[in-house]
Write a protein that binds this ligand. Sequence first.
Ligand SMILES: NC(=O)C1=CN([C@@H]2O[C@H](COP(=O)(O)OP(=O)(O)OC[C@H]3O[C@@H](n4cnc5c(N)ncnc54)[C@H](OP(=O)(O)O)[C@@H]3O)[C@@H](O)[C@H]2O)[C@H](O)CC1
Ligand SMILES: [K+]
Length: 241
Amino acid sequence: MAFKTISAQLAAKLDQELMGPEIGFTLQQLMELAGLSVAQAVQKQYPISIYQKRQILVVAGPGNNGGDGLVCARHLALFGYQPVVYYPKRSSKIEFYSQLVRQLDFFGVPVLGSDDKWTHYLTSPETVCIVDAIFGFSFKPPMREPFGSIVSELVKVQNAVPIVSVDIPTGWDVDGGPVAGTDSLAPSVLVSLTVPKPCANKLQAGRTTHFVGGRFVSASFAKKFGFEPFPYPFTDQVLKL
Ligand SMILES: NC(=O)C1=CN([C@@H]2O[C@H](COP(=O)(O)OP(=O)(O)OC[C@H]3O[C@@H](n4cnc5c(N)ncnc54)[C@H](OP(=O)(O)O)[C@@H]3O)[C@@H](O)[C@H]2O)[C@H](O)CC1
Ligand SMILES: [K+]
């Protein structure tokens, strides 16, 4: 399906408007729907009934893309998968992230920190896929550590274990796509949130299944930002493009 995109700058503006005084969404509401969308895309692409294995590694970054990953992990657990979260840099700026971690504890989902061993999950025969929730539309290259090393580990296994990227393949320039001279993720699935960003035009045809998710804007709001509303079927939170 042909799709319109919006720039990193416009995506940030769209977010601010959704959460501004006029519309009044909270970050928590949008993140819940975003994380649920990603979990649903995983379920559609790697359904449990076909894939006997159930383990999913979710790598969560320090910002809201990471928050989407934390929410996604909780829904994956509810869907019957066995998520494990690697969350190496926890921000204390937003208390909500700590609440999301406590909710994962409540569901018995392990949340590993920077001192924990995590790379064995990349090569484990039980791992269905890896959710890349490291950076989204606010990423500005070049990448700082520890994330450069983490992405290098993901790149090493990406032809053996599918990567599901949340909103942006981590490390890509949001408008320009893969950054020359750096390890570049080539995800098997991309879940663009609200509307694809320009880097989605650089996905390798035949390799990446592209979904849009984050079903939270009205038709008039979409048009104001220059795109058509997506025809999500029934109650689905994602649409394959
Ligand atoms: N409307 C929607 O579609 C919604 C999308 N959501 C998700 O939110 C992200 C955008 O979240 P944001 O918090 O603005 O940004 P990121 O998660 O992409 O990244 C911010 C953190 O990344 C650090 N950062 C940035 N560049 C680098 C770098 N080069 N090296 C290392 N670290 C980097 C940054 O650190 P600073 O120190 O620079 O502040 C931040 O910690 C969007 O993509 C969606 O996934 C929401 O869920 C709501 C609705
Ligand atoms: K990402």
